[in-house]
Design a binder for this molecule. Structure first.
Ligand code: NDP
Ligand code: GDR
Length: 371
């Protein structure tokens, strides 16, 4: 018998990779998507199955983590063996602008899922995976950060996720549910949301190289992140739910890199060497060499500048995870390292903006003013 999975946040980066993985493994996959005024299923359109066909394995349901009645009905209808709760207002900087909504969706939303499982009498059937985050560690207490490192959240997002973390632990202990946290460090891909720093950089690099953008404005270049590939990380989510005992796991690469270095690596992918000078708000990145005959950028040109509007009221300076437990207990090993990730992301954005360049040359290009 095929297993049934319910994925919240299926239209997001991780939801798309996870849905693909579960379908490959023979699952029936139900996904919750929000109603939006424009289509929001770009990342999973390649998985779409016409509901009129027989044996459809992917089904989407309208829903929202802020609506308990809707969640109860979908869980009742789908009777899932596994729930992956990936839905969230996931942008740390935006959570300072929308703190109450973030608490509702990211914190109480998790409670709604767990409580729906309990109310429906599914505590022995349905396993729940909660998308916890390295943002819980926040202000550095110790490095590398492991399952036993104390939390010190530094944003409304992280505080909401802290509630979600503990309510998951509590439902496990109180009701004997298989409810677990994957404490995932940053993971990226060509499907990453455009306003997260890695994708903002790879898109900016592609557009600068193709003559579609002048420079990239960034915030804190000193922040250090442990960046992995989303494809590897959804495999870890699945493994966490296949264990006999419910436990929480850190998923990370164990390597940390400053934002500034990610910028250098991304420009190097298009044959452009960038060096930084100046400090804080005055820091800039300039071209010092260009070896790509297709993309001629003049030496000395400023391609990166700091804009303090991207600073956060409270920052997380350093994240570096200790994946020992996931490696030993789950047998999980990432296939991608950071250079391979950067290469894939830059190549995908160059390819996509080549098409945009054609549109621009034909008079159709419209700048996206919200970047
Ligand atoms: P994305 O922002 O790409 O996707 C978030 C998903 O949640 C989207 O499908 C979004 O829908 C949906 N969503 C947002 N709010 C609601 C709501 N109120 N009700 C229902 N659905 C909602 O995030 P990622 O895929 O990168 O991350 C997945 C999860 O993992 C998130 O919970 C995130 O906080 C967490 N996480 C992510 C890490 C990372 O580095 N990527 C690291 C650690 C944790 P829509 O498409 O309509 O916007
Ligand atoms: P993060 O990811 O906050 O770690 O949360 P993000 O890519 O937004 O920021 C990483 C670091 O880069 C610095 N930074 C900038 N960030 C953005 N977005 N835009 C900029 O212009 C910029 N300049 C510098 C930030 O200050 C920060 O230090 C991500 C999300 O996916 C969360 O949902 C997830 O829980 C964590 O990763 C783990």
């Amino acid at each position: 018998m095929s297993k049934v999975a319910l994925v919240t946040g299926i239209t997001g980066q991780d939801g798309a990779y996870l849905a693909e993985l579960l379908l490959e493994k023979g699952y029936y996959v139900h996904g919750i998507k929000r109603r939006t005024s424009l289509f929001n299923t770009d990342r999973i359109d390649h998985l779409y199955q016409d509901p009129h066909e027989k044996n459809v394995r992917l089904k989407l349901h309208y829903g929202d983590l802020t609506d308990s009645t809707n969640l109860i009905r979908i869980i009742q209808e789908t009777q899932p063996d596994e729930i992956y709760n990936l839905a969230a207002m996931s942008h740390v900087a935006v959570s300072f602008e929308e703190p109450e909504y973030t608490a509702n969706a990211d914190g109480i939303g998790t409670l709604r899922i767990l409580e729906a499982v309990r109310l429906l009498g599914l505590t022995k059937k349905t396993k729940v995976y909660q998308a916890s985050t390295s943002e819980l560690y926040g202000l550095v207490q110790a490095v590398p950060q492991s399952e036993t490192t104390p939390f010190y959240p530094r944003s409304p997002y992280a505080v909401a996720k802290m509630y979600a973390y503990w309510i998951t632990v509590n439902y496990r202990e109180a009701y004997g549910m298989f409810a677990v946290n994957g404490i995932l460090f940053n993971h990226e891909s060509p499907l990453r949301g455009e306003t997260f720093v890695t994708r903002k950089i790879t898109r900016g690099v592609a557009k600068i190289a193709l003559g579609l953008q002048d420079k990239i404005y960034l915030g804190n270049l000193n922040a250090q992140r442990d960046w992995g590939h989303a494809k590897d990380y959804v495999e870890a989510m699945w493994r966490i739910l296949q264990q006999d005992t419910p436990e929480d796991y850190v998923i990370a690469t164990g390597v940390t890199t400053p934002v500034r270095e990610f910028v250098r690596m991304a420009f190097a992918e298009v044959g452009v060497q960038v060096e930084f000078s100046g400090e804080n708000e005055k820091e800039v990145g300039k071209v010092v060499a260009c070896s790509n005959p297709d993309f001629q950028l003049e030496i000395g040109r400023e391609v990166v500048a700091v804009d303090p509007r991207y600073y956060r009221p409270t920052e997380v300076d350093l994240l570096i995870g200790d994946p020992t437990k996931s490696k030993t207990k789950l047998g999980w090993e990432p296939k991608y390292d950071l250079p391979a990730l950067v290469k894939e992301m830059v190549a995908a954005d160059v390819e996509s903006f080549r098409k945009e360049k054609l549109l621009k040359e034909s008079g159709y290009y419209v700048k996206n003013q919200y970047e």
